[in-house]
Design a protein around this ligand. Sequence first.
Ligand SMILES: Cc1cc2nc3c(=O)[nH]c(=O)nc-3n(C[C@H](O)[C@H](O)[C@H](O)COP(=O)(O)O)c2cc1C
Length: 297
Amino acid sequence: MDTELVVGAGCSLPPGRYGYDPLRHRVHRLGGRPGGTPPGVTAELSVTARRTVSHYGHRAWPLLLLDTGHAAAALFLASRALGAGEPGLRLAAGSQQPLASVHVAPPGPVHRADGLLCPLLSASAPTPEELLVRRSAPPPLPGTPAPETLRAILTTAARAGGGDLRWCAAVGSPRPGLMELAPDGATLRRCAAGEARPTLAAWAAGQAWIADAGAVLLARGCPTDADAAHIRHTHLRAGFAVHLAHITARRHGLAARPVGSWQQADLGAALGAAPGQDWIVHGLALGTLRAEKENTP
Ligand SMILES: Cc1cc2nc3c(=O)[nH]c(=O)nc-3n(C[C@H](O)[C@H](O)[C@H](O)COP(=O)(O)O)c2cc1C
């Protein structure tokens, strides 16, 4: 992933365009600021697909898009944690780079460029410590989360995930099935009965540990005939939302791990609807046991 900063007025760096070197954690000036640069700083995220494509083949693009969504969410949350004002988000719809931009305004009245989303979040701003301790927990992730915790995670995901995605969570015993937010947005309801986790494990490139995860949050959507812009936007948004859901899960004491390697995961067809309409785009495995162990003195 490549990051450039477009710096406007009101920042600690002189206005201009800067490249970011993650290995040295340094920025270097590339040139002047483009016309119309708003006050504050905009981080622009692009990817060079070549390396990932040589490793993952045709599965590389979905993973790169999800990854970029996660990175945008990390910047978005860092801005909130540092009290820099409500950040704005832009996710690419066309084929252009950058794939995602996060605009952080300087303190004071906010001047937003056109087309920036300001995702409405329910939770209070995270602390810097919360962001620093967010890690993907190593499997296994046993232990079914409490319904109230699942509701909070589904709410975060649905708010951050926008309108194109639908969200549910596969849970295990004592009543295995798929849970989703009821239309009132305040309660959970069962949208399918039965054990889905072994099938999810098979669909996630055979990652057997998923069958024993306490719950698996799922983002679905993206029909087979979706055009490139739709696929791109849906995956970026899913990565963004799952990252925020991960922070919510940690806040409730859960262990979590994103799952992005979905293959032939036609959830809609598995539930009896028309095939090719409702593919799993992204997931977040959740469990309680490890978190409880960590909290035990
Ligand atoms: C888009 C995305 C997809 C991922 N897919 C998987 C997966 O299928 N299986 C898995 O074990 N971990 C998966 N991970 C977890 C990563 O391996 C983990 O996030 C990475 O090692 C970085 O660690 P961190 O989250 O602790 O910073 C995924 C992470 C991301 C961001």
